[in-house]
Design a protein around this ligand. Structure first.
Ligand SMILES: [Zn+2]
Length: 116
């Protein structure tokens, strides 16, 4: 019996996924600023953020956030957000984009299914 090959797409590098050097240094800079000026408001829930994980509602260190979502072409880490708020926002946007693609596919459009 011939073993069936399993195609596994290689995971993109951290930089390719938008979490490379720029993301890490920008997040570190934003966290240092937050440590100096605690209580800045999370852009998603409007509750204060703190550099110390235990002071945040989710008990985690804030995440560097792409102000313009990566899924919409954003590349710059421009602000902080609670880790849970940031993850949740990314998941919600991903779900909306997938739903929209399915709707377009159902209509026979989208995904370059036709050359205009
Ligand atoms: Zn939040």
């Amino acid at each position: 019996m011939i073993p069936q090959e399993v195609a596994v797409a290689p995971r993109a590098t951290a930089a390719a996924r938008g979490y490379g050097h720029h993301h890490r240094t920008a997040t570190a800079r934003l966290l240092a600023h937050l440590a100096r000026y605690p209580g800045q408001l999370c852009p998603f829930c409007d509750r204060p953020m703190f550099a110390e994980p235990h002071l945040n509602p989710d008990g985690r260190k804030p995440h560097g956030d792409h102000g313009v979502p990566q899924a919409l072409g954003g590349t710059q880490t421009s602000r902080l957000a609670h880790a849970s708020c940031n993850t949740s926002a990314g998941a919600k946007l991903g779900n909306r984009l997938r739903r929209r693609r399915r709707e377009l596919d159902a209509l026979g459009r989208g995904r370059a299914s036709r050359v205009w």
